[in-house]
Write a protein that binds this ligand. Sequence first.
Ligand code: COA
Length: 330
Amino acid sequence: MYASFKSIGSYVPQGTLTNKDLEKMVDTSDEWITKRTGIKERRIARDDEAASDLGVKAAKIAIKRAGITSNQVDMVICATLSPDYLTMPSTAAMISKKLGIKNVMAFDISAACTGFIYLVSIAKVFIESGNFKNILIVGAEKLSSIVDYTDRGTCILFGDGAGAAIISSTDNIDEAIIDVHASADGNFGDLLITPGCGSKNPIREENVKEKLQYMKMAGNEVFKVAVKTLTNDVIDILKKNNISANEVDIFIPHQANYRIIEAVRMKLNFPLEKTAFTIAKYGNTSSASIPMAMNDMYEEGKIKKGDLMLLDAFGGGFTWGSALIKFAGN
Ligand code: COA
């Protein structure tokens, strides 16, 4: 039994936060943000929308495009660093409830911006066990809920959104997900962190006053490790599978910074027109960024059945990973 990537869907919240808006909030400029990150605007969810609400909308599209119904989904996994609730219930359980999916396993994973690659890796193994047929994977983020809008080093980067996919069983090896690499190194944990509101620095008045519930990042250090790690990881996965960069149809990197994507793309000598760039309109949406970018390319007709996709991501933890996937949808 093989695992195939059957469908993609995404949801983009209506609200926008432009660089011009941010100029009024912190000491920054449209020119600085554009030049250093490539971001022009990001989407912001409504106050009454939680990560699961965004995830459900993306999931409905992915389920429909896979040609199945919700009751054929036999597992739901969500990657998020902005869950509906701090500890429980899981965002995956909320997504299942809202989709009317009952009596199947539903759980969240925490792998920050590498979440979607981890999801593919986990779903692939469950499918290959032979015990599951259709696994719904969702990257859903309301990052605006954990961003400090007085910190210009982070608030310019992040946005909200969700992406979802169905990973299904197949006996056709030509449709199979080829390979997934995923890894982590906790020694870099402090460089990108939400220090408060967990068991280490619990929700107490003094911790909230110090804004420990928000993301903190040593941007420049993260940048350097990200470029090096991603480049090596992408070269490794191609080499391991004896595939050259020019055999790849679509390169879908995590959308963190235009300059990080460009550094990896140029190292691979990969064509610009075959590379996903949604950073300008969505910013960094963490676990949702790869499926959102994939969905846009799919809707633009740039991803077709049988196309070979190369995914890569890097995030807090640090975590990182890459995947070589044949698109098996229609
Ligand atoms: N507007 C204007 N100036 C800013 C600014 C902003 N929003 N943020 C930082 N600066 C200033 C800094 O204070 C610094 O000023 P100084 O030279 O007077 O000290 C200067 O710009 C350069 O800061 P630096 O942090 O070195 O900039 P950078 O080129 O590394 O760009 C990031 C900053 C955050 C855009 C970049 O480091 C980045 O994208 N990092 C990776 C982020 C990432 O991928 N995170 C998630 C992983 S998934």
